[in-house]
Design a binder for this molecule. Structure first.
Ligand SMILES: NC(=O)C1=CN([C@@H]2O[C@H](COP(=O)(O)OP(=O)(O)OC[C@H]3O[C@@H](n4cnc5c(N)ncnc54)[C@H](OP(=O)(O)O)[C@@H]3O)[C@@H](O)[C@H]2O)C=CC1
Ligand SMILES: O=C(O)C1=N[C@H](C(=O)O)C[C@H](O)C1
Length: 265
């Protein structure tokens, strides 16, 4: 029997036209390699361009990419986003290094293109996203809180984007609850011993061979502590979130930070 477009399954030619053409930036990197695999394995996506350092960025536009996934480096990601916006390509960005100023710049670039979407997510792992949410929920009940992130030693940025976002979310929940500063009597300290300060929350970064991406949020009150921990043992853990963002982004114009909303959180 011949399958036609009126049957349950679209005819092969129609099916091809339904595939989302995807380009990957940083395609030969640790995350990029995994994204290339995930896109190739997805029935509804088509990998049309792979670009890495030294490659011609115009390849993604020439190949007709509708969505670009960027896992490159903090020092190049802004140029990549600008290029995609100029070329009317939706962006799914996992690269770290975004502060408020950078986010505001991207939002400004998007203003003249109201149909375009850019999602910037410090972490696409579902467990990591839930950990951030749980930490935010717990924050108001505990006077003390610190964040510890642990990563592979090839990571160039510290602390991790996820840790910075977690600390900001926790700090915001503490402010909303009217909590005083975290108690800390330290006056005598070797540089770095207390980590870095993100909006009043101490963040510590560990780099260790054998690790991938891990984070703990330690919360303390009189006589008790709560430890929230997430482990990405394999970069495959980020792929369901990346693919969800690729599929959703054309329906989410403007700038989105984090994929919590895509998950119904
Ligand atoms: N949001 C999330 O869920 C996750 C985010 N990340 C973040 O993603 C980023 C990448 O991480 P990771 O894959 O481990 O890093 P890698 O260094 O393994 O990969 C980055 C790749 O991008 C390449 N690159 C550099 N400049 C350009 C450019 N201008 N255009 C295209 N490609 C370029 C690099 O080449 P070269 O090596 O020659 O510089 C490298 O191949 C980091 O910021 C990391 O923190 C990581 C995991 C999960
Ligand atoms: O570089 C990594 O590996 C990771 N980077 C992201 C971050 O900085 O938060 C996400 C995850 O932690 C893995």
């Amino acid at each position: 029997m011949t399958t036609t477009a009126t049957d349950q399954q679209p005819a092969p030619a129609d099916r091809e036209s339904l595939l989302i053409p995807v380009g990957v930036l940083g395609a030969r990197g640790r995350m990029g390699t995994e994204v290339v695999k995930a896109v190739n394995d997805a029935d509804d996506l088509e990998l049309v361009a792979m670009v890495d350092d030294g490659d011609w960025l115009f390849n993604v536009a020439d190949a007709g990419a509708q969505v670009v996934v960027d896992f490159t480096r903090p020092d190049v990601v802004m140029d990549n986003i600008r290029f995609c916006i100029d070329n009317n390509i939706h962006c799914v960005v996992g690269t770290t290094g975004f502060d408020e100023a950078r986010l505001a710049t991207v939002a400004e670039w998007l203003e003249p293109k109201p149909e375009l979407g850019v999602v910037i997510a410090p972490n696409f792992g579902i467990g990591a996203i839930l950990l951030m949410r749980f930490a935010q929920e717990a924050a108001r009940f505990f006077p003390s809180v610190e964040v510890v992130e642990l990563h592979h030693p090839n990571k160039v940025d510290a602390p991790s984007g996820t840790a910075v976002r977690t600390a900001r979310l926790v700090a915001s929940a503490r402010r909303a609850a009217g909590l005083p500063p975290v108690p800390d009597a330290t006056t005598d300290e070797l540089p770095g011993a207390r980590g870095t300060d993100v909006e009043g929350v101490r963040v510590h970064a560990v780099r260790l061979a054998g690790l991938v991406a891990h984070q703990e949020v330690l919360l303390g009150a009189a006589g008790e502590s709560l430890t929230l921990r997430h482990d990405s043992f394999d970069r495959a853990s980020f792929m369901p979130g990346v693919l969800l963002a690729v599929r959703e982004i054309s329906r989410r114009p403007g700038l989105t930070v984090g994929i919590e909303g895509f998950l119904g959180l």
